[in-house]
Design a binder for this molecule. Structure first.
Ligand SMILES: NC(=O)C1=CN([C@@H]2O[C@H](COP(=O)(O)OP(=O)(O)OC[C@H]3O[C@@H](n4cnc5c(N)ncnc54)[C@H](O)[C@@H]3O)[C@@H](O)[C@H]2O)[C@@H](O)CC1
Ligand SMILES: [K+]
Length: 478
């Protein structure tokens, strides 16, 4: 599990640790970790050209101390000071002692740098990058150097990933003490590149993380192989209410994903019965109502189901049960017309909107995706899985997950139906809803990555590659 900590949480931990340490120790730890990552990326130090973009705060201090370490190893390091009279004094002195050169932007050699270190602004970021920082970032981006951000890409807000204006498009971000949500969610995720976490000793005093990200190791216990005493009922029976006579595809995909995730027993009820039966003979299929399907431990309702009166009554029927329910796609459209169907429930409900569906339910997502998911969950007393390139899951108690797997190739028709099926199967095992949703999003993203290895993926590829995805996860090679 990767804990995601806000700027305030990191600063509070820093204060608490600093109280028992000589001044500057944390910055030294940060700078040493930063220089080590840079050396690893460059492969060598001697003769390489490094340019530091140095702002007026401690973020610039980190860059200067790291630049000094690189200069000591033989790198040719040049610093551009955005506000020379306010540059970190200790860092600048160390940098000069180590042979570092201070230059104006025009003379810094950004056009031939091997590596550019962005120490313009970190946790102290407010608003989009101001000039002259923004123009410097544009020059660095146009040059050949590897773009490495110190703590956060400048211009990214730590807590939300909001990028209100210009920002440093890092290929790598070396972050200190804890991963900040802004590095893994929203627009910030796209600015951060590969995130390297440097331990500066905040661990023991950090508060509970504001959000979490699952790793492969975290999901595996929920995807366990059957035990010898398991039977087809004991592994969680999921019921799927999806697709329609005109559009059987969503029913086939959603049911297939459930079968392929936990092949204990899957039931299907709906007007796509014929197509589902043909595609998945393993599934117990009825063309009737949910009540005709037999006992299940969780329902998935909505994909491709339509929004007519029949669909609305199917939705109302399952939401009236005391079973966990995943509501997706057309089901969400119907819930936006009758939110009380969810709000009145006591059993877990997971809503899986993309941004437009979310807006119909709860108003615009806005730039803070974590807050949006929490707001929706609190409003209806449910779990919200807000889809995106970093899917966010939040429940009404505020438990929040940010997904870290996936690929842009997943933005294709039917992949949401597959996610709903995976989620239903995981939810049927009795896992708490937010965790189930986070596990499902993780597995879905890994399946997407696997399928994308062989070119453009279609949703059916995800279903086909699920067994291998799960096997790889179990083998620790996800
Ligand atoms: N908190 C911690 O635990 C540690 C913090 N360290 C470093 O300290 C940083 C935080 O330092 P500070 O609090 O001094 O703040 P920063 O250095 O992040 O930024 C402060 C300065 O940036 C300028 N600034 C703010 N928004 C700007 C914008 N949009 N465009 C241009 N300039 C802008 C402000 O004028 C301000 O002086 C962290 O990001 C990290 O790099 C590390 O040294 C290690 C420990
Ligand atoms: K930075």
């Amino acid at each position: 599990m990767i804990g995601l900590h806000t700027a305030a949480q990191v600063r509070a931990a820093e204060q608490s640790v600093l109280a028992g340490l000589p001044a500057g120790v944390l910055m030294q730890r940060a700078a040493t970790g930063l220089a080590t990552v840079c050396l690893g990326l460059l492969g060598r130090a001697h003769g390489v050209r490094v340019v530091l973009l140095v702002g007026s705060g401690d973020n610039g201090g980190d860059a200067l101390f790291a630049g000094a370490l690189l200069a000591q190893r033989g790198a040719r390091v040049t610093a551009v000071l955005l506000t020379p009279d306010r540059a970190h004094a200790g860092g600048l002195a160390a940098f000069r002692r180590a042979g570092g050169r201070v230059a104006e932007a025009a003379d810094a050699g950004l056009h031939r740098a091997d590596l550019v270190l962005d120490g313009i602004v970190g946790l102290g970021s407010a608003g989009g990058l101001r000039e002259p920082a923004a123009v410097l970032v544009r020059e660095a981006t146009a040059g050949p150097g590897l773009l490495v951000a110190v703590d956060l890409p400048s211009g990214v807000l730590a807590d939300t990933g909001e990028v209100p204006g210009a920002a440093f498009p890092a290929q790598h971000t070396v972050t200190f003490g804890a991963v900040k949500p802004g590095l893994v969610v929203g627009a910030g995720r796209r600015q951060a590149g590969t995130v390297h976490l440097v331990d500066i000793g905040l661990g023991p005093v950090l508060a509970e993380p504001a959000a979490q990200q699952l790793t492969d190791a975290d999901v595996v216990p929920h995807l366990d192989a059957p035990a010898p005493d398991d039977d087809k009922y004991s592994r969680g029976v999921v019921g799927v209410l999806a697709g329609s006579a005109t559009y059987p595809g969503a029913g086939v995909l959603c049911t297939g994903a459930a079968v392929r995730t936990r092949p204990g027993l899957v039931r299907y009820a709906g007007t796509a019965a014929e197509g589902v039966r043909a595609a998945w003979p393993e599934v117990i299929v009825t063309a009737g109502r949910p009540g005709d399907a037999g006992r299940v431990q969780a329902w998935v309702v909505g994909p491709g189901m339509g929004t007519d009166d029949d669909a609305a009554s199917v939705l109302a029927e399952v939401l009236a049960t005391d079973l966990p329910v995943v509501v997706d796609a057309d089901g969400l459209t119907l819930v936006s017309q009758r939110p009380e169907l969810v709000a009145d429930r006591t059993a877990p409900t997971v809503l899986t909107p993309h941004d437009r569906e979310f807006a119909r339910l709860f108003g615009e997502v806005g730039t803070d995706r974590l807050a949006a998911a929490r707001r929706g969950a609190a409003e209806l007393g449910c779990t919200v899985l807000l889809k995106g390139d970093a899917t966010v899951v939040a429940d009404a108690a505020g438990t929040t997950f940010v997904n870290g797997t996936g690929t842009p190739w997943l933005a294709t028709a039917g992949t949401g139906d597959v996610l709903a099926g995976i989620l239903g199967a995981v939810l049927a095992t009795g896992l708490p809803a937010a965790e189930a949703a986070a596990v499902a999003a993780h597995v879905h993203g890994r399946a997407g990555q696997l399928a994308a290895e062989q070119g453009p993926l279609i949703a059916g590829d995800l279903v086909r590659r699920l067994p291998e995805t799960l096997a790889r996860l179990r083998a620790g090679a996800g």
